[in-house]
Design a protein around this ligand. Sequence first.
Ligand code: CDP
Length: 198
Amino acid sequence: MQFTVAIDGPAAAGKGTISKAVAARFGFAHLDTGALYRAVGVKGGDPIEAAKTLSPEDLARDDLRSLEAGQAASKVAVIPEVRAALLAFQRDFARAEGGAVLDGRDIGTVICPDADVKLFVTASAEVRAKRRHLEIGGDYDEVLRAVIERDARDAGRADAPMRAAEDAVLIDTSAMSIDEAVAEAAAVIAKKLDVVAR
Ligand code: CDP
């Protein structure tokens, strides 16, 4: 069975947590596509070359979740050749036998426009900055500034800008617990799986 779940949304909205949880619940494979851009961003040198030659070791670096890696990722993510170099890997992953969840910015719009389920997960900038601050520490105001700056760059770029697909289900997690957000996402997926199975 092939079944693709596309989860997009701004920085620190809860995409990663929700994606991991629903992948585990339904037995789907999960790809954090942001890690690809983060790995390209921190690798240094020519970002197009880095995207073409990304290795498992690049993706295993322990500094990928830092504030700096997030900023570096969104800078290389505006380069069309970088995005193009990462496209085939993501599309292949989406077709994994047994189902796949991909989270990012352009999964429902560009990578998997035919995804079975599309979710756009969002929350207020302040709530997102608080969550990211809890995750990585540092200065809260700096984290908030970085989140806002990154969202603006991701939504404003010409190639594959961050936006909700027209057929995406919106989940605003501002006032939700993790369990509530996961339950809402899982309910959308379960409903669609039920239809596909008939
Ligand atoms: O975890 P968080 O939401 O903070 O970010 P991420 O998903 O790890 O993505 C890091 C950066 O990579 C984003 O700010 C985007 O610039 C870029 N990205 C992208 O352009 N397209 C994707 N499908 C995923 C990430």
